[in-house]
Design a protein around this ligand. Structure first.
Ligand code: SAH
Length: 349
């Protein structure tokens, strides 16, 4: 088994260099090539002696992922399907915004949360991604944008999977993101989205990082939420909302509540009032999300007028609310859909 350099901390790269009998400054050079200069092979590391490059070639690898499929939407949204070393697949999305590109990253192959409206969980849970596999998605996007003269500005952990259900890898990934010797990106530009694993939200709050937290709420009360999201039976709103308050207290960052509007389920004016009453006084932002239809699921998006009216009610309570722009609708934008489509194609469906 070769050592994956993307999985190593700077201290571990230093230890590797020492083991190879090389001077310590070579570690800094390797890290620089890998993390800052976008090298994808040892051959590109031109200031390393040939002998070291050969040793690295034999013993180590840069754990980039193979691209299996790519799709580009008319609005500029791009989807990339990667193959992992064990043949599993994972999706990454690039979202173009005026302020710069954002990457939507996956943290698991499949998902075990079982939300009723979500495409990611449909095929079930396969496995956690490693921190290096999560990072490989980011580096691919960053290098691609760099070649286009663009910059990766933001990142959202909103692809397939529940990041807090893959705690160790997600934390190791975030450590690498903020490390000046590695990705060197401020956590202020990163948003972690969770379905609401309360103990993990509290543990994340304890880190005190300036990471943005998004919470998939999707309902104004436990009755509707438990129907849509099984996790609500374990961590109902009376546990979830105080945990989010704690996150705000410990980190000084406001929490974003995501709310998908589903026709006839959670989109009535009375639901907007109920939600507003629960959230008023809390430091938060509500992001109303147009539902992306998922083949095989019966849910329908709310009509535009209802979304606007819902938003209006929230605002009347002084709650900061916005309607998310729908992107990539023509390329099966809902997380997990490209993966599902490719799997179906391979099965000949
Ligand atoms: N597990 C995490 C992150 C992945 S889901 C979470 O639950 O937040 C990212 C966001 O996309 C969540 O808010 C999720 O509820 C939402 N989502 C899932 N399926 C969707 C669909 N079909 N249309 C619109 N949003 C969807």
């Amino acid at each position: 088994m070769k050592i994956n350099l993307l999985a190593l901390t700077p201290a571990e790269v230093a230890a590797l260099v020492e083991r190879l009998g090389e001077p310590a400054y070579r570690a800094t050079q390797i890290l620089d090539w890998l993390w800052h200069k976008g090298a994808v092979s040892f051959a590109q590391m031109s200031n390393l002696p040939m002998s070291l490059r050969q040793k690295l070639e034999q013993q180590a690898e840069i754990g980039f992922l193979e691209v299996l499929a790519k799709q580009k939407s008319v609005d500029g949204t791009e989807k990339i399907l990667f193959a992992l070393a064990d043949g599993q697949t994972v999706e990454t999305v690039i979202l173009p915004y005026d302020i710069g590109e954002s990457a939507c990253i996956s943290t698991q192959v499949g998902c075990r949360m079982g939300c009723a409206f979500c495409a990611s969980g449909q095929p079930g849970f396969i496995r956690n991604l490693t921190a290096a596999e999560i990072m490989a998605q980011v580096l691919y996007v960053r290098n691609l944008l760099q070649r286009r003269g663009r910059k990766l500005k933001n990142m959202v952990l909103m692809g397939t999977g529940e990041p807090l259900d893959n705690w160790d890898a997600t934390i190791a990934f975030l450590e690498a993101v903020k490390d000046p010797q590695r990705l060197a990106m401020s956590l202020r530009h990163i948003t972690l989205s969770t379905c609401g694993l309360v103990p993990k939200i509290l543990a994340l709050a304890e880190k005190g990082w300036p990471l943005n937290l998004a919470v998939s709420l999707h309902a104004p009360n436990n009755k509707i939420r438990s129907r849509l999201m099984p996790i609500n039976k374990k961590y109902p709103l009376e546990k979830l909302l105080p945990a989010c308050d704690q996150y705000v207290t410990k980190t000084g960052r406001r929490v974003t509540y995501e709310y998908i509007l589903l026709a006839g389920i959670n989109d009535e004016i009375r639901h907007a009032h109920e939600l507003a009453q629960k959230l008023s006084g809390r430091i938060c932002h509500v992001n109303l999300i147009p539902f992306n239809a998922v083949p095989g699921l019966q849910w329908q998006p709310s009509p535009k007028e209802k979304v606007v009216a819902f938003c209006h009610v929230l605002k009347s309570y002084g709650i900061n609310a916005t309607i998310r722009r729908k992107m990539g609708a023509d390329i099966a934008a809902a997380c997990g859909q490209l993966r599902n489509i490719c799997r179906d194609r391979m099965r000949g469906e």
